[in-house]
Design a protein around this ligand. Structure first.
Ligand SMILES: Cc1cc2nc3c(=O)[nH]c(=O)nc-3n(C[C@H](O)[C@H](O)[C@H](O)COP(=O)(O)O)c2cc1C
Length: 208
């Protein structure tokens, strides 16, 4: 990514905790390093951990209606989701932070996924199967678990998020994982920072 200019960063946080959150702290560090590397980049923050709309029947019906045939109410119902899709699509680089909750992602992040997976906008079904409609771009996937090992059979968070991102066309996923934070939070966080250093080293020689 060193030669690719980053103009817009989207950050999505989903921990229910605002203070002393490992994923938010690691997210801060990802942003700090991105800003060092790309000082002019604009940051959009979407904190779903502090509230997000859920889809409902009106949303589903509006989404199934062809865009040209949507009435004003239906356009209004989809406006929030449209905004989330715009934020995502206009970002060159994305940072998603999430703790593992009950073996999967927080409900708030799942709600965000429901808002940004839109047939005809972010994916389409073709004769060859589903096709992502967004251009590929780097996503820093910052995850923390209390005990679940990432990549294990009981991790329903990391592969799920990778699958969803791939489903909409984004394959350049860069893992920053703090694993087993319940047993030793500081060493888990340290290991996550080591992973981050591979993607965004601080050494001046590695800075574009
Ligand atoms: C409601 C809740 C459910 C959790 N479920 C799991 C789980 O299923 N597996 C796991 O390994 N850790 C689980 N944890 C622990 C968190 O993933 C872990 O503490 C993480 O570091 C929290 O990140 P944060 O500090 O950014 O909120 C859970 C924590 C909470 C609050």
């Amino acid at each position: 990514m060193a030669n690719t200019k980053v103009n817009r960063i989207l950050r999505v946080d989903s921990s229910a905790c605002n203070s002393d959150s490992i994923t938010r702290r690691l997210g801060d560090e990802v942003i700090r390093r991105l800003k060092l590397q790309y000082p002019g980049a604009e940051l959009t923050q979407r904190d779903v951990g502090n509230g997000i709309q859920l889809l409902n029947e009106n949303w589903v019906r509006a989404n199934l209606t062809k865009p040209a045939e949507r009435n004003q109410d239906q356009q209004q119902v989809l406006a929030y989701s449209d905004q989330l899709v715009r934020e995502l699509d206009s970002a060159d680089t994305i940072v998603i932070t999430a703790p593992v909750y009950n073996f999967s992602v927080p409900a708030s992040l799942k709600a965000w996924v429901d808002m940004i997976c839109r047939a005809g906008l972010t994916f389409s079904y073709t004769e060859k199967g589903p096709q992502g409609l967004l251009k590929d771009r780097p996503v820093y996937l910052v995850l923390a678990s209390g005990g679940v090992p990432f990549g294990s059979p009981v991790d329903f968070a990391s592969d799920y998020l990778r699958h969803i991102l791939g489903f909409i066309g984004i394959l350049d996923v860069r893992a920053v994982y703090a694993e087993a934070t319940n047993s030793n939070a500081s060493s888990s966080e340290g290991a996550a920072l080591d992973m981050l250093a591979q993607w965004l080293p601080l050494e001046a020689s590695a800075v574009a």
